[in-house]
Design a protein around this ligand. Structure first.
Ligand code: NDP
Ligand code: GDR
Length: 372
């Protein structure tokens, strides 16, 4: 039985990957941070009681900033594969806590590589590093390939640049099987609520049900190559199954603006948006409401979108558009979802979730978990 060790198992990708590897018969070990509240919502459905004989999923307390903890865990687990998905992954927030991001996202990657090397597992353990299209940053060329130069534009991207190169260096210096997946944005109903896709789909659901009046947005012109996390975790696994360790771009090959994502998300629930004004004074107004379900309360004329400068970034990444040809050719990987099927799935999931909140409120219960 193969053993996998996943850092970031409580995050979006870690949850899908753990489920996928368990289905493939792996023993799955996950690194979990100690938190004062439960933080395992995304993996509770696959949790196995460690007292059960034959449990193949195990969680371990730890942190990417703690070398001795990582060394001990990797020694105990002796993993065949490590997926280093743990990171402070929010680009905007990385401007507020750059030192912590460098420690976790950059040096955390080094800690994993060095633990494997020091423990003499360099020829046994294969390592996947969660690299990112944010490395491309300021546009040099499109579509972006494995050969496009990097120009990171945030403390997050600069930290991930270190993670990228230290992975390449350990591969070349110590002949370790260590690879970068350069993944473009990927989303799902499990996406964190403050990333733009989920903020929009959640906002649409709440606005339709009367739980929220307005959605405050940042830069609507940014363009992203959005795919589905379920497709992308399959690519991570494939990257570690090849005869030779290499780096791969994983993307859909299509790009969409934040504004278009917003318009299509509202359109999916029967609402046509129109924009008025410009810059920070721009607003989005409901032009038309078509055949919507009975509990949707939104009326034409409502102002549902406004701009809030606090969501702008000091340096922005304007355009990401990936070319996944190498992954297609060598891994045989192709995405099954496009941005339209993705956003519909996300909106539908959030409408279901927010209906639950609406029922609770109608029943007189206070819902305390709302964060903008
Ligand atoms: P999430 O933000 O959903 O999950 C991040 C995970 O990392 C969480 O489990 C989090 O734990 C954990 N984590 C954060 N800090 C630490 C730390 N100091 N020590 C240990 N674990 C930590 O990210 P995604 O699942 O979306 O992304 C997975 C990885 O892929 C990340 O490295 C991200 O940077 C990268 N990436 C993501 C892309 C995307 O579009 N989703 C695209 C390209 C790369 P907790 O739950 O306790 O907060
Ligand atoms: P990104 O994702 O920065 O690409 O990083 P995010 O969804 O946060 O932003 C995408 C684009 O939308 C613009 N935007 C807003 N973003 C947020 N979060 N909130 C808003 O209100 C808003 N309005 C406009 C942003 O300016 C940006 O241009 C994600 C993360 O998952 C990284 O970890 C990963 O490496 C990259 O994707 C690939």
């Amino acid at each position: 039985m193969k053993k996998a060790f996943i850092t970031g198992i409580t995050g979006q990708d870690g949850a899908y990957l753990a489920e996928y590897l368990l289905e493939k018969g792996y023993e799955v070990h996950g690194l979990k941070r100690r938190s004062s509240l439960f933080n395992t919502d995304r993996i509770d459905h696959i949790y196995q009681d460690p007292h059960d004989k034959g449990a193949r999923m195990k969680l371990h307390f730890g942190d990417l900033t703690d070398s001795t903890n990582l060394i001990r865990l990797i020694q105990e687990i002796q993993p065949d594969e490590i997926y280093n998905l743990g990171a402070m992954s929010h680009v905007r927030v990385s401007f507020d806590m750059p030192e912590y991001v460098a420690n976790t996202d950059a040096i955390g990657t080094l800690r994993i590589l060095e633990a494997v090397r020091l423990l003499g597992l360099g020829q046994k353990t294969r390592i996947y590093q969660a690299s990112t299209s944010e490395l491309y940053g300021k546009v040099q060329e499109t579509p972006q390939t494995e050969r496009t130069p990097f120009y990171p534009r945030s403390p997050y991207a600069v930290a991930k640049l270190y993670g990228y190169w230290i992975t390449v260096n350990y591969r070349e210096a110590y002949n370790m099987y260590a690879c970068n997946g350069i993944l473009f944005n990927h989303e799902s109903p499990l996406r964190g609520e403050t990333f733009v896709s989920r903020k929009i789909t959640r906002g649409v659901a709440r606005i339709m049900l009367g739980l929220q009046q307005k959605l405050y947005m940042g830069n609507l012109e940014a363009k992203r190559d959005w795919g589905h996390a379920r497709d992308y975790i399959e690519a991570m696994h494939l990257i570690l199954q090849q005869p030779v360790a290499e780096d791969y771009v994983i993307a859909t090959g299509a790009t969409t603006s934040v504004r278009d994502f917003l318009v299509r998300a509202f359109d999916h629930v029967g609402v046509t948006l129109a924009f008025k004004g410009n810059g920070v004074n721009e607003v989005g107004i409901v032009e038309q409401v078509r055949n919507v379900s009975d509990d949707f309360v939104l009326k034409p004329g409502a102002e549902v979108i406004a701009i809030d400068e606090r969501y702008f970034r000091p340096t922005e990444v304007d355009l990401l558009h990936g070319d996944p040809s190498k992954a297609k050719k060598i891994l045989g990987w192709e995405p099954k979802h496009d941005v339209n099927s993705l956003l519909k799935e996300m909106v539908d999931a959030d409408v279901t979730l927010m209906r639950k909140e609406s029922h609770l409120r109608q029943g007189g219960f206070k819902v305390l978990n709302y964060h903008e």
